[in-house]
Write a protein that binds this ligand. Structure first.
Ligand code: FAD
Length: 386
């Protein structure tokens, strides 16, 4: 097994998901020695499409990863809201060039694995420790000691928990508390665009608003428009398995949405296979940092997918974190982490609660407060403000 040397001058990151890798690249660029600990033994092609709105793409562009992400990404032409049964269009936002002019970046939809690969290419592989499932984490005045499931240990000067909704760093900081099953399940499927060529608006991000706030069908282009990604949610009383890869039944999928407009159903009819996932969430937290430890992304603020901001918020967090830690000596890390928390917690909590409310852009409205955020330019919070 590969041994990675760490010390109290290293920043450790638990989790090589999107938030963890963006943080790793940005912190390294800010002058820090960084090691990432990831439980998976290898980067596998798990998950499906991720929606990156202009705020997220601009943050990736500032990191220099936007170009690589664009190689396989699709660029939705519009963001459209429609009523599930009548098909009435209740809002339409131009994306693509219009978003680029207004926000400095377009919306991109990309396979999670392609984005992870583009990010992994920008960080030295020898600084990513795979097969390291963090367990016990103990902090003292000078640093943090980690124990891994394989029996090994590491010592770092600061620790970032980018380890997702079940974050063990969060548990070490604030105690154990399980995420809540929302009573909503999600179906994810991909169909070749040529198979549904008669359906209008295939180049757009379209959200069909259902008969209740838990029911929706979202569709958008994938693989530069060659495929269409379908993400459909519906209420369900209970769930026992939390996984991104559990197979679902296409018959069940079609039954759930019989009341939907024929154009939406035509996409479901074209599916050969579907995956089914339960949706979990947590309440906004009053704090994300403790001494030399901080949380970001889903570890800090797991949210429902209804504003399509989970990855975007993780990316924004990581960029703003790196700006707060830029050039900061280890002794000053706790104050800098507090500054990061102050700068980010209100926005991420607002998006977390907005996602739960599920009303975003249903009837139009101004998207600027979400899409217009520039993680590279927002004012840094000073320790005094924190
Ligand atoms: P995550 O993406 O959850 O990443 C957390 C990382 O931490 C993972 O790599 C995980 O293996 C690692 N980790 C967790 N616990 C430990 C531990 N104890 N020790 C070491 N490492 C640990 N969103 C979508 O919109 N569409 C998808 O198809 C989709 N697929 C996903 C597939 C997977 C396997 C995962 C983990 C997440 C998926 N998501 C998907 C969620 C989406 O990626 C996140 O909501 C968002 O990008 C925020 O990312 P994050 O980096 O904060 O957390």
């Amino acid at each position: 097994m590969k041994t990675i040397t760490t010390s109290e001058s290293t920043i450790g990151i638990v989790g090589a998901g999107i938030g963890g890798l963006v943080a790793a690249i940005a912190l390294r660029r800010a002058g820090h020695g960084v090691v990432v600990f990831e439980q998976a033994k290898q980067f596998a092609r798990v998950g499906a499409d991720i929606n990156l709105t202009p705020n997220a793409v601009r943050a990736l562009d500032g990191l220099g990863v936007g170009e690589a992400a664009r190689v396989t990404a699709a660029r939705p032409s519009h963001r459209i809201s429609r009523t599930y049964d009548t098909g009435e269009e209740t809002s339409r936002l131009e994306m693509a060039e219009t978003a680029e002019q207004r926000y400095g970046a377009p919306q991109l939809t990309i396979h999670r694995a392609d984005l992870l690969a583009a990010l992994a290419d920008m960080f030295p592989a020898e600084q990513v420790a795979l097969g390291k499932r963090a367990g016990k984490i103990a902090a003292d005045e000078k640093g943090i000691s980690l124990s891994f499931a394989d029996g090994t240990e590491a010592r770092v000067g600061a620790l970032i928990g980018a380890d997702g909704i079940h974050s063990c760093v969060r548990t070490a900081m604030f105690g154990a508390e399980s995420p809540r099953f929302t009573g909503i399940v999600a179906y994810r499927a991909v169909v070749p665009a040529e198979r549904v060529a008669g359906v209008p608006n295939l180049g757009a991000f379209t959200k069909w608003w259902g008969p209740n706030p838990q029911s929706q069908i979202v569709t958008f282009p994938l693989n530069r428009g060659r495929d269409i990604f379908i993400f459909a949610t519906t209420p369900q009383d209970s769930w026992h398995l939390e996984s991104w890869t559990a197979p679902g039944s296409v018959d069940e999928l079609r039954e759930q949405y019989v009341a939907y407009h024929p154009e939406a159903r035509a996409l479901l009819d074209a599916c050969d296979t579907v995956l089914k996932t339960a949706l979990y969430e947590r309440d906004p937290m009053p704090a994300w940092t403790q001494g030399r430890m901080a949380l970001l992304g889903d570890a800090a603020h797991p949210m429902l997918p209804f504003m399509a901001q989970g990855a975007g918020m993780a990316i924004e967090d990581a960029v703003v974190l790196s700006r707060h830690l830029d050039g900061v000596a280890m002794a000053d890390v706790p104050a800098a982490l507090k500054g990061f928390e102050t700068a980010r917690i209100e926005r991420a909590s607002q998006v977390q609660l907005g996602s739960r409310g599920n009303n975003w852009l249903r009837e139009g409205g101004n998207a600027d407060w979400v899409y217009g955020y520039d993680a590279w330019a927002v004012p840094l919070a000073t320790p005094a403000m924190a």
